[in-house]
Design a protein around this ligand. Structure first.
Ligand SMILES: [Zn+2]
Length: 319
């Protein structure tokens, strides 16, 4: 039997950076998290990242470490850089792959976070055995990875499927990318919070959410309030789910997927959200697609999916 080799998967999000040590059989052995402060400089972030890498690999001989795979929102796998990191400004235009290969003296592979997670789902999660599916990560922003014929769609410049920045509402909410009305400003953990705040401002009815400061209000609190019968919280979740269902129609008519898999913070808010997404999609689908597209939560748990997905970028390169 071949001795075990190891890979590090790193998921860089707008809120947290998560690293995990993964063995060649896809087991996540240990993990380290730290918060991604958007006000950091890249020089400072690089130090935090290097310390965390040392923490997860401290007892692994260098020759047994195959490399580091990273999932980053907005990353271009062809260049290993991030042309525009809307929610992580200090990464914009950084040639991340080149910088880190030099710094760590290890193979490093950088890809869009949702593409990495899609690969993780395909190798270890809900998309095992599927050749056509879509993964949406609903966290600080909305990431999308599209797999057709068993391959990630990357586009002519490596920039494909930035679906979170397609327009949902003309002249709508302002987005970190500089545009208005982007899909992710409505459908993401941040979008849900913005919807709840706007509903609270425009209604007088009682809500448990009024007792929370804007800093305390998050997707989890809104989900808990909804489960406890809070009408504003329930309405915020319902609207978010309906917007998502509506935008999924475009994905289905374009790619005819077997499944749409939801990962990230919003995939932890329970069955009411998922059920409403399914109903909203079903209502708008052409009859020929009805009943053919599964809408499911990630089979890996969203934290594991992102790390395993990032690690599988290296496994994929090596195999
Ligand atoms: Zn945008």
């Amino acid at each position: 039997m071949e001795p075990l080799k190891f890979t590090v998967g790193i998921d860089i999000g707008g809120t947290n950076t998560k690293l995990g040590l993964v063995d060649s059989e896809g087991h996540l052995l240990r993990r380290v998290n730290f918060s991604t402060n958007p006000l950091l400089s890249f020089a400072d972030y690089q130090i935090l990242l290097t310390n965390a890498l040392e923490e997860v690999t401290h007892d692994i001989p260098k020759e047994d470490l195959l490399g580091v795979g990273m999932g980053v929102p907005g990353a271009n796998a062809k260049t290993g850089s991030i042309p525009e990191a809307a929610n992580i400004p200090f990464l914009t235009e950084i040639p991340l792959q080149t910088v880190l290969v030099k710094l760590w003296n290890l193979p490093v592979f950088v890809a869009k976070d949702a593409n990495a997670a899609a690969l993780g789902e395909m190798l270890f999660g809900s998309a095992k055995g599927m050749d056509h599916f879509i993964l949406l990560t609903l966290g600080t922003g909305l990431g999308s990875g599209v797999v057709i014929n068993g391959k990630i769609v990357s586009g002519s410049n490596g920039l494909a499927t930035e679906y979170g920045h397609s327009v949902l509402v003309k002249n709508g909410r302002s987005c970190n990318c500089g545009q208005r009305g982007c899909f992710e400003t409505y459908v993401s953990a941040t979008g849900l919070k913005r919807t709840a705040i706007s509903l609270l401002a425009n209604a007088n009815q009682h809500s448990i959410l009024r007792d929370l400061s804007p800093n305390q209000l998050d997707a989890q609190k809104i989900a808990e309030a909804s489960e406890n019968g809070d009408e504003i919280a329930k309405m915020a979740i319902k609207k978010t789910a309906q917007w998502l269902g509506l935008k999924m129609v475009d994905l289905v008519v374009l790619t005819d997927p077997e499944a749409i898999i939801l990962a990230g913070g919003l995939s932890k808010i329970g069955d009411y959200f998922l059920q409403t997404v399914r109903e909203s999609l079903d209502k708008k689908l052409l009859p020929m697609f009805k009943g053919k597209v599964k809408v499911v939560y990630s089979g890996l748990g969203s934290d594991d999916a992102a790390i395993l997905g990032a690690a599988s970028l290296i496994m994929n390169v090596k195999n």
